[in-house]
Design a protein around this ligand. Structure first.
Ligand code: SAM
Ligand code: SF4
Length: 498
């Protein structure tokens, strides 16, 4: 039987619940230990790095053992009910630790904190702190508040916060790939999705701070950055107009201020996603650039031409379809239909030859018929995705779908449809992998393969995991050309060639 491992890093199943560890900031040890565990998407893992940076500045040291911790934080995900259940079960385990050590501070961060707010404190008696994704700067004060015997909550969402000035510490990093958050929140209001409610309005981060962070990563030896946002194609930064001082007796702006405006990046007033990709790609040809997630309604030909123009922008696009049926897409409020999505796929195939495409699919959305589900299957036949995340619809309280539509597809049917598309995807993943046999892939070496220290692993431009023997002339962080000799449905296997 073929194994189905989905080789994408934006939601890495193997990292769920991972505890993150870092060195304490020099000379700042306050004698207290922080344990931070993260769930959900890459954005959450990236946020945990911001939280750790803020607390390292306060002198906290991190630990991988919650039994040694003075403060335990769980950075949570609300996207599906089972994600929340997982966190609740984990919190129960911390009850034991709290009984043994009443001074222990336990906090819930992220999407579940935002969704449940102070209700959390009543429901889960053990929790002392509840902090939403836009309030992490306030953590030191909130911990002080708990130390003085009160519970602490800050779930205010912001229209501006991007944590642009906080240089995130890299936690559990291999020193080669890093996630860089380019925007926060989401304005799309897909009817099934809780994200707009838990992470607030969409806001983009200043491109100068993004380029500075990526340059710094490159200088530290990193060779791949993944630019993160819920809908990267709607990234937009408008250079704030400087407060122009006026010449005496004149309404004209000061000439010097006009000249310096935007000149550092040589940019026009507005930076869109295509511009940002180019700015990051230009840092160094040896820095690979990836991004996630693209939205079918917003991905432009300009973005595709930019990807094709720069060798170091990877030929890989994650383009969630959710459903292949136009009526369901309309109910999902995705704002595109089947034809539009196919048009975007055709544009990708035309403009970027050899581009890998992956997707997200939801089965059993409200009122979905067998025929409508079949449209998703035929969409998979049309695109032949390289890989896919596939989910059963899970109703989330407060979302538009929960308010408007009955969650009326029986669990067995959701499950049957899911099994069908999982099987279909296995076929296409294998088909895409097989098509690479005999080709030479440029691979960025990430480290030893999971199974053997006689092999290295790394990713191809198209984001496929590649395994090949360790050699004397190359090491992690370097690029090699690998001739592909065989595959599984998730891995390419080969040898290094000149
Ligand atoms: N912003 C991305 C987009 O628009 O595609 C995805 C964000 S979401 C964190 C990741 C995926 O979770 C979605 O693409 C969707 O397939 C899935 N998802 C979101 N809400 C869901 C729900 N209520 N039930 C099942 N799957 C859901
Ligand atoms: Fe959720 Fe839609 Fe926003 Fe993605 S684009 S985060 S699915 S609301």
């Amino acid at each position: 039987m073929m194994d189905l491992v989905i080789p994408d890093k934006t939601h890495d199943e193997s990292r769920q619940g991972e505890a993150l560890v870092l060195e304490p900031a020099a000379g700042k040890n306050n004698g207290r230990k922080l344990y931070i565990e993260s769930y959900g998407c890459a954005m959450n893992f990236s946020d945990s790095e911001i939280v750790a940076s803020i607390l390292a500045e306060q002198g906290f040291e991190t630990t991988a053992d919650h039994n040694l911790a003075d403060v335990i934080f769980i950075n949570t995900c609300s996207i599906r009910e089972n994600a929340e259940q997982r966190v609740r079960n984990r919190l129960k385990e911390f009850t034991v630790a709290k009984v043994k050590n009443p001074g222990l501070v336990v906090g819930v961060l992220g999407c579940m904190a935002e969704r449940l707010k102070s209700k959390f404190l009543e429901e889960e008696k053990l929790v002392d702190v509840v902090v939403g994704p836009d309030a992490y700067r306030n953590l030191p004060e909130l911990i002080d508040q708990v130390d003085s015997g009160q519970k602490a909550v800050n779930v205010l969402l912001s229209r501006e916060e991007t944590y642009a000035d906080i240089s995130p510490v890299r936690l559990n990093s291999n020193g080669i790939n890093a996630f860089v958050s380019i925007m926060r929140g989401c304005d799309n209001m897909c009817s099934f999705c809780v994200v707009p409610f838990t992470r607030g309005r969409e806001r983009s981060r200043d491109p100068k701070s993004i380029v500075a962070e990526c340059t710094d990563l490159f200088n530290k030896g990193y060779r791949e950055v993944t630019l993160l946002g819920q809908n990267v194609d709607s990234y937009k930064w408008k250079q704030p107009q400087p407060a122009l001082s006026k010449g005496e007796g004149s309404d004209e702006p000061n000439a010097e201020e006009v000249l310096s405006f935007g000149e550092d990046l040589g940019e026009s007033e507005t930076t869109n996603f295509a511009n940002l990709l180019e700015l990051v790609a230009l840092i160094n040809p040896d820095l690979r650039v990836r991004f996630s997630t693209s939205h079918p309604k917003d991905i432009t030909d300009d973005v595709l031409y930019t990807i094709n123009q720069y060798e170091n922008i990877c030929n890989y696009i994650h383009l969630p379809v959710q459903s292949g049926n136009s009526r369901i897409l309309e109910m999902m409020n995705r704002t595109y239909d089947r034809e539009w999505y196919i048009n975007r796929i055709d544009a990708i195939r035309r403009i970027i030859p050899d581009c890998a495409v992956s997707t997200d699919v939801i089965t059993g959305f409200c009122s979905e018929t067998d025929e409508e589900h079949h449209d998703t299957v035929t969409m998979m036949d049309y695109v032949k995705y390289d890989f896919a995340y596939m989910f059963k619809y899970s109703e989330r309280p407060g979302t538009l779908a929960a308010k408007r539509y009955a969650d009326d597809i029986p669990e067995e049917i959701k499950q049957k449809r899911l099994a069908q598309i999982v099987a279909k995807q296995q076929e296409y993943s294998f088909y895409r992998m097989q098509a690479r046999i005999g080709k030479v892939e440029k691979v960025l070496i990430e480290g030893y393969s999971k199974k053997s220290d006689k092999d290295y692993c790394g990713r191809s431009d198209q984001n496929a995991m590649v395994i090949f023997p360790v050699g004397d002339n190359y090491k992690p962080g370097e690029y090699v050309n690998v001739l592909i000799e065989k595959t599984t449905s998730a891995t390419l296997i080969g040898k290094v060639v000149e």
